[in-house]
Design a protein around this ligand. Sequence first.
Ligand SMILES: NC(=O)C1=CN([C@@H]2O[C@H](COP(=O)(O)OP(=O)(O)OC[C@H]3O[C@@H](n4cnc5c(N)ncnc54)[C@H](OP(=O)(O)O)[C@@H]3O)[C@@H](O)[C@H]2O)C=CC1
Ligand SMILES: O=C(O)C1=N[C@H](C(=O)O)C[C@H](O)C1
Length: 250
Amino acid sequence: MIRVSVVGAKGRMGSHVVDAVNAADDTQLALALDAGDDLHAITPDNTDVAVEFTVPSVALDNVLTLIAQGVDVVVGTTGWTDERLERVREALAAAPRDDQAVFIAPNFAISAVLAAHFAAVAAPYFESAEVVELHHPNKVDAPSGTAIHTAAGIARARAAAGLGAMPDATETDGGSRGQVVDGVHVHAVRLRGLNAHEEVLLGNAGEQLTIRADSFDRVSFMPGVLLAVRKLAAGGHAGLTVGLDRFLDL
Ligand SMILES: NC(=O)C1=CN([C@@H]2O[C@H](COP(=O)(O)OP(=O)(O)OC[C@H]3O[C@@H](n4cnc5c(N)ncnc54)[C@H](OP(=O)(O)O)[C@@H]3O)[C@@H](O)[C@H]2O)C=CC1
Ligand SMILES: O=C(O)C1=N[C@H](C(=O)O)C[C@H](O)C1
């Protein structure tokens, strides 16, 4: 059995992870911790993999604490800038175990992972690309980690294909053109009734491709979380890995 501790266990995602870990045949719940609990309770004596779903403002500190505890970590919390990822790599280089692993996924739903993959495949063939993400209004960060990841993938694919800047004659912008991520405009909608949704719009003269992923329920993230837990528990993924596509045969 893989012993899994959950950090942020009372949250919207953490509570689903607790249920998924309890329901799977090969995982068992070790500790379920939330705000105010001491993460030093999580050790290799009681935990094989810790799963972290909290808030962007505390996730880095939590991950650094868990690394120092000698525990592998699967992270779903958003807010991972290049600088924060570098802090994780540095901590792993000084970790108690040589083979220690941290896995971070902007999105664990297969629909969202494939949408980002297909967007990067399509990006070189279109003059214009923009990302629209739509979420529940309780979400604290905008744009979503998934949208930032998708936009960065589109930008990398465009750059590799030698494409320049997208056409855009905008002269006045009070914010309605969205946040620019690596040259790609990203727009965030917050609407009661929604869960987690993303559209990638790709345009040429006279044609458009729309790639859309919808997570209607948080259960959609659980197969990806369990896949990552199993991959880390099996070993062979020392260091930092980002993105569920790394564990899929795409
Ligand atoms: N990668 C993916 O597939 C997905 C990622 N996410 C991301 O996951 C994160 C969590 O989302 P969600 O579950 O909706 O958020 P919630 O606010 O519902 O849950 C966060 C939980 O973490 C707790 N918490 C706060 N600070 C700490 C701390 N220092 N240590 C331990 N627990 C703490 C909160 O407690 P309290 O409320 O008392 O402060 C709360 O119970 C977000 O960044 C979200 O974007 C969400 C869905 C899918
Ligand atoms: O807060 C959420 O709900 C979600 N957060 C992640 C993100 O910011 O990309 C993943 C998914 O979109 C749900």
